[in-house]
Write a protein that binds this ligand. Structure first.
Ligand code: ADP
Ligand code: ASP
Ligand code: MG
Length: 447
């Protein structure tokens, strides 16, 4: 085993074209400890593949596949004289067209189609690296390592099996090698390709890092650091030098796209330090995500999670009776609906659900579930909401915090407040169309 093992992940914009890939190659080659490189599909490709999987017209599918074809061959054309790469990429593109046509509209088919994005980008990127680093670069099929269940579109990794696979296929070969592999994809026990959900390459990289007991997980993206809020919403947002595991976990769960919500889970399990930096400006200081940080501000950052649904159920049966909540959650669980926040009173319960519009089978509230709930309670559903979270430390015990927060939002209709359940966040729901301006107001006032 080498002394230090780092896993580096590069996102879609970092893989956007040949020059972007070159920049990433320089980052990888500047540090011999980067042993495993996990890449996303090239920018926009997963969206095109999703459109293929959802289209009912063969000519439209072919049109979309052609766009993917052109984009990838354009990158290959800059690696002059590499016939072998050209053959590999053309083969993948041909397979994609074959698979795309006439596929049954099943989640399994969708995952199979989506997997081509990362398979193409990793094949090309391995060659960009090999141009400079030669034979020490190996392409690795992530599906050999990332074992998952069969829950297509949002597969759950099988941590034990992943460790077994890594011990067998990766660990003995890490010395003097650099593996290039795919984010986002895995394989179920029955041998079928699965995906971990949109943005899942960060999670893949964390799973690889966990499986090889890496010292550092690096997330190279299109922003220089984790910021105090999404810099696309607040231009004055500031880069964060250090943030704790728990704060980063909450920030991502509450919507900061810079990290997939599950990324911190493996890192916390194995105490792996995480670095977030920009592949465009690798010399700019990034963010270290650590178990413990020097500073522990009450409010470190603000996050925004869109597409929220608020489900409120009322029933007088709840009053001094038992079993109501169990019954309510059974219906939600039967429909695989994942609940994020819950508040209750004597006669009503409010829950937030992620209206995940990108992954089928998750989040949105099926009519059937509402019908079942209506057999024993009154149901009210409000959509087009956003969840805003203040992330920091000891928010649950800091007195005099919620007063100034909510008085700065006078005139804003606040639907549900969760304060006290976690020491790291205070969050509430607002109307989608007011959400960005609420983030701006809070950022200006509290950060
Ligand atoms: P990648 O393709 O590299 O995975 P993503 O687009 O998934 O990149 O994530 C990076 C984006 O996350 C940034 O461009 C930024 O707009 C968004 N983002 C949201 N919240 C934050 C935050 N607190 N700090 C930094 N970036 C954020
Ligand atoms: N390519 C996948 C997506 O766009 C995974 C990722 O980029 O993290 O969602
Ligand atoms: Mg991402």
């Amino acid at each position: 085993m080498p002394d230090l093992v780092k896993v580096a992940k590069f996102g879609g914009t970092s893989m956007a074209d040949f020059n972007a890939m070159r920049r990433c190659a320089a980052i990888v080659l500047s540090d011999p400890d980067k042993k495993i490189v996990v890449v996303s599909a090239t920018a926009g490709t997963t969206n095109l593949l999703t459109a293929i999987a959802e289209s009912r017209s063969d000519s439209e599918k072919l049109d979309l596949a052609d766009q993917i074809h052109k984009k990838h061959l354009e990158i290959c054309s800059q690696l002059t004289g590499n016939e072998e790469l050209l053959n590999k990429v053309t083969l993948l593109l041909d397979q994609l067209k074959d698979r795309a046509l006439g596929g049954p509209m099943t989640p399994q088919y969708r995952d199979e189609v989506l997997s081509y994005g990362e398979r193409l980008s990793s094949t090309i990127f391995a060659e960009v690296l090999r141009e400079q680093a030669g034979e020490k670069v190996s392409w690795l099929d992530a599906r050999e390592i990332i074992a998952t269940d069969q829950n297509h579109g949002r597969a759950e990794p099988d941590i034990e099996q992943i460790e077994v696979n890594a011990r067998k296929k990766l660990l003995p070969n890490l010395k003097n090698r650099c593996f290039v592999t795919q984010g986002f994809i895995g394989r179920s026990k029955s041998g079928v390709t699965t995906t971990l959900g949109r943005g899942g390459s960060d999670y893949s990289a964390a799973l690889f890092a966990e499986a090889v007991n890496a010292d550092v997980l690096e997330i190279w993206t299109d922003v220089t650091a984790v910021y105090t809020t999404d810099p696309r919403i607040v231009t004055e947002a500031k880069p964060i030098t250090e943030i704790s595991f728990n704060e980063a976990a909450e920030l991502s769960v509450f919507g900061a796209k810079v990290l997939h919500p599950a990324t911190m889970v493996p890192a916390i399990r194995k105490n792996i330090r995480v670095y977030v930096g920009s592949s465009l400006e690798p010399d700019q200081p990034g963010t270290w995500i650590l178990k413990q940080t020097k500073s522990r501000p009450v409010i470190r950052a603000i996050s925004l999670r869109r597409n929220q649904t608020l489900l409120t159920v009322h029933s007088l049966d709840m009053l001094h009776r038992h079993g109501f909540l169990a019954r309510l959650f059974k219906v939600l669980s039967d429909h695989k609906i994942s609940v994020d926040l819950v508040t209750t009173s004597e006669v009503s319960v409010s829950l937030t659900l992620d209206t995940d519009v990108t992954t089928p089978g998750t989040g949105y509230l099926p009519d059937e579930a509402i019908r079942e709930l209506k057999t024993f309670c009154e149901v009210e559903v409000q959509r087009n909401l956003s969840l805003i979270a203040l992330i920091g430390n000891n928010l649950h015990t800091t007195s005099g915090l919620s007063g100034p927060v909510f008085s700065s939002l006078e005139g804003i209709n606040i639907r549900l407040i969760c304060h006290g359940a976690s020491s790291h966040n205070l969050c509430f729901l607002v109307d989608e169309d007011r959400a960005e301006s609420v983030v701006r107001t809070l950022h200006e006032k509290f950060i």
